[in-house]
Ligand binder design. Structure first.
Ligand code: KG4
Ligand code: ZN
Length: 373
């Protein structure tokens, strides 16, 4: 057995990285190749969803998730390597999500990654899950840095200026729920199964998005922050009084439109500031995270970007929700710059991408529930 390489050594021309993702309810592994020109190729991407395990409880149960990751992670990693037609000895590094997320699950994937790194003498990259989402659009499109990113998932809702590898500045974030959390909670009040986002989108088909009046949160504010709790309360009250299927469809369509509108309004503000900062050149707007799978959200954001003269990129659906290809790519990009992490890198339940902004303006006080970072 070769000794562990905590020092990454000189960067290699081509990086072939095994990525591992276990921060929530998907056990995922992938192999991504990054060439010297910075172009990514996904050689394999395997995602084992635990939806069926959690569905009876109406949401993710951390203990069940961690146990399922333990049971699955080695088989999923083996599958990713076999799909890529590679062995461990053909890898140049291993990247594992080290947070933020459900810490029991994070520890499983990160420990597995450390074991591979130790046994095979490979550098380890402890990847921030949010950085994975941030680079996810680079998996399938030519998207140079810098770009403006709207990250919308079950745990996060943030606008970030992504200036380079690992260099993110937060322009706004949610002061209560994440957008995906709002979708999930409102879907529950409409009697829809977990996960609520896709189910609500399906119910909204054919619904009339102007039938109900819903509150527009933080309307008078000039910043780029989000809030969904008022919408959630209003939707829950309306849902209680509904009797027909057509009313439920209408309410689903109204909720979807309200979330999409808020995302677009705040993104518009961020685009205006970003365009000024960049003198109107190289304007790229990217949406990533599970909620980016929603067609109404995508279309509303694409229109907002076009209005401001920004190009619009959204990852293919498979790379919107949690996956390991984005973790492998985030790791490969760091490795290409000669970066790696020691084998005692910790699992972090909270890990803001922009630590300075999070410290200066914390969106979470101790004891408050809400987004993970
Ligand atoms: O990125 P992701 O897979 O996990 C996190 O890191 O949170 O995002 C999951 C979230 C869930 O809240 C889910 O309901 C939402 O993304 N989501 C959707 C859709 N697909 C997934 N929300 C609305 N419409 C969808 N089609
Ligand atoms: Zn995610």
């Amino acid at each position: 057995m070769s000794p562990a390489r905590t020092d990454p050594g000189p960067p290699e021309q081509v990086q072939t990285v095994l990525g591992l993702e276990t921060s929530c309810d998907e056990t995922a592994a992938a192999v991504v190749r990054l060439n010297a020109a910075g172009e990514a190729e996904v050689l394999s991407s395997v995602v084992a969803s635990q939806i069926a395990d959690h569905a009876p409880y109406g949401g993710v149960v951390p203990e069940i998730a961690a146990r399922a990751h333990v049971e699955n992670v080695d088989a999923i990693a083996a599958q990713a390597l076999s799909d890529a037609g590679l062995g461990y000895d053909q890898l140049t590094g291993v990247a594992a999500t080290a947070g933020p997320g459900l810490v029991g699950g994070v520890m499983v994937g990160l420990s597995f990654g450390k074991a591979v790194a130790l046994a095979r003498g490979l550098p380890l990259i402890a990847v921030n899950h949010l950085e994975g989402h941030a680079v996810s659009a680079r998996l399938a499109a030519h998207l140079p840095y810098p770009f403006l990113l709207l990250l919308v998932s079950g745990g996060h809702c943030q606008l970030l200026s992504v200036d380079g590898v690992g260099a993110c500045r937060r322009l706004g974030s949610t002061i209560d729920d994440a957008a995906g959390e709002a979708f999930d909670k409102i879907a529950k009040t409409l009697g829809l199964p977990y996960p609520g986002g896709p189910a609500l989108e399906k119910l909204a088909q054919g619904g009339r998005p102007e039938q109900f009046v819903l509150p527009r949160m933080l309307l008078g504010r000039k910043d780029c922050d989000f809030s969904f709790s008022g919408l959630k309360t209003a939707a829950a009250r309306l849902a209680e009084g509904l009797t027909t299927e057509s009313d439920r469809r209408d309410l689903a369509a109204c909720v979807q439109a309200a979330i999409a509108t808020q995302l677009a309004e705040r993104s518009d503000r961020a685009m205006a500031a970003y365009a000024q900062e960049h003198d109107g050149a190289g304007l790229r707007f990217v949406v990533a995270g599970g909620v980016a799978a929603n067609k109404t959200v995508r279309a509303t954001l694409e229109a907002a970007a076009a209005k401001r003269g920004f190009s619009f990129t959204a990852p293919p659906l498979a790379y919107c929700t949690d996956n390991a290809a984005m973790i492998a790519l985030a790791g490969a990009e760091r490795l290409a710059l000669g970066q790696a992490d020691p084998l005692d890198a910790p699992a972090r339940p909270r890990w803001p991408l922009d630590a300075a902004a999070a410290a200066a303006n914390p969106t979470h006080q101790p004891g408050r529930k809400g987004a993970k970072a």
